[in-house]
Design a protein around this ligand. Structure first.
Ligand SMILES: *Cc1c(COP(=O)(O)O)cnc(C)c1O
Length: 392
């Protein structure tokens, strides 16, 4: 049985003052900037689905959805049906495409219809469930697998499948999409071209069976990074909304990051005075070392999101040992003025110094900004800003 404490009388979300002082600041304008770049690159006629999987890759689906629509995306695509319903309940009226995830029983189909969402069909059993439970007419998407070998109707079976929808009476085909697999190294572009050809061929064959396909969508971020030739009728980038598409690498250095900063505060500062079992200490001790304790640990994901040092009083202070469950130790020997309550910056700027997200990504072997973001657990409070002051 699930016990939802937040729903129990007398129990509410903790007040900010009761939380540990850990804050992740998200710059929504930096996300808007990337959306505008993508829109400018594909032009106005292309339907732009902003893919917000996994709570918008950890950036927070509600705030990000509003931001991307305002900045020029036409629609949201998402896996979590629960998130899709939250978007509707928050007043978002744009088209919302829901990728496969929830098993389509009666309740799911009714929720999809009640909230005006567009479900994705990927095999006969999902099609049957929607035909059985939908009141209709219901706009649907069909996902074709062209080479990811993941979810979808195999490309060669897609024409007959698409014809079944047209014949169902209840369902209306609104869109056909595919999510190609991008290999690394030699042959990657050719393999992508083959997948795109499978997709367009499946659509063409379906049209020969009398099916009308209003929208064909195949270009995810990786596709858009490789070629502009596959935008078809629409695009559905996800990570690229945060990472950019590398369309303007000259501006890349100076631009703002959607993950603007990650900060905490010192909760203890003290001099280390140990003279025995130095070999068995948790980290190498030196004379006159000053230790700082930060109340963030690997339960918050910080072990995957630090550059080996933090900023205190605008100076780089090394981490001592790897973060433990709830605490991280830092070396404050070179920051003699540091006191309890002082700000500790894991990502962001302080004074003249700065630890940018890409420095953390390099240090931790993380290739993409959304992957760094997904390391940071919901236990860290999120704060949204619209205009980050320079560097922060
Ligand atoms: C995840 C996903 C995307 C977005 O992919 P990115 O590589 O993050 O741009 C697009 N389409 C489908 C069907 C997806 O599942």
């Amino acid at each position: 049985m699930n016990i939802d404490l937040s729903a129990a009388p007398g129990v509410s979300a903790p007040a900010d003052a009761l939380l540990r002082p850990n804050t992740l600041t998200i710059d929504l304008d930096a996300i808007a900037e990337r959306v505008r770049e993508i829109r400018a690159a594909v032009g106005p006629g292309i339907r732009f689905f902003a893919t917000l999987k996994a709570d918008a890759y950890g950036f927070g689906v509600l705030a990000v959805a509003r931001t991307v629509i305002e900045a020029g995306a036409d629609a949201i695509s998402i896996v979590s049906l629960a998130d899709a319903v939250r978007l509707r309940e928050a007043g978002l009226t744009c088209p919302v495409l829901v990728y496969a995830g929830a098993l389509p029983d009666r309740e799911v189909v009714q929720a999809v219809e009640a909230h005006g969402l567009m479900p994705t069909l990927h095999d006969d059993s999902t099609l049957d469930a929607y035909v059985r439970h939908a009141r209709g007419p219901l706009d649907c998407a069909v996902k074709i697998d062209v080479g990811q070998e993941r979810i979808g109707v195999p490309a060669e079976r897609a024409p007959a499948f698409l014809a079944r929808i047209a014949a169902s009476g209840r369902l209306r085909l609104a869109l056909v999409n595919a999510h190609p697999y991008i290999a690394s190294g030699a042959g990657a572009l050719e393999a992508l071209q083959w997948q795109c050809a499978r997709f367009t061929e499946a659509c063409r064959a379906a049209e020969q069976l009398g099916v009308t396909i209003p929208l064909r969508v195949l270009a995810s971020s990786k596709v858009l990074r490789m070629t502009s030739a596959m935008s078809l009728d629409g695009i559905d980038p996800g990570q690229g909304l945060f990472d950019g598409l590398g369309l303007d690498s000259a501006a890349g250095q100076a631009r703002r990051w959607p993950l603007a900063c990650l900060t905490s505060r010192l909760i203890q500062v003290r001099r280390l005075e140990r003279s025995a079992f130095l070999e068995q200490a948790p980290f190498p001790l030196r004379a006159n070392m000053r230790l700082g304790i930060v109340p963030i640990g690997y339960s918050d994901g910080i072990h995957r999101a630090h550059a080996g040092c933090v900023l205190v009083h605008g100076r780089r202070s090394p981490l001592l040992a790897s973060p433990s469950l709830e605490y991280t130790r830092i070396d404050l020997t070179e920051v003699p003025g540091a006191q309890v309550g002082d700000e500790v910056v894991f990502i962001g700027a302080q004074g003249e110094e700065r630890i940018a997200p890409d420095e953390v990504m390099r240090a931790r072997g993380i290739a993409r900004l959304p992957d760094l973001m997904l390391e940071l657990k919901p236990s860290i409070a999120r704060r949204y800003v619209r205009v980050a002051s320079s560097g922060r």
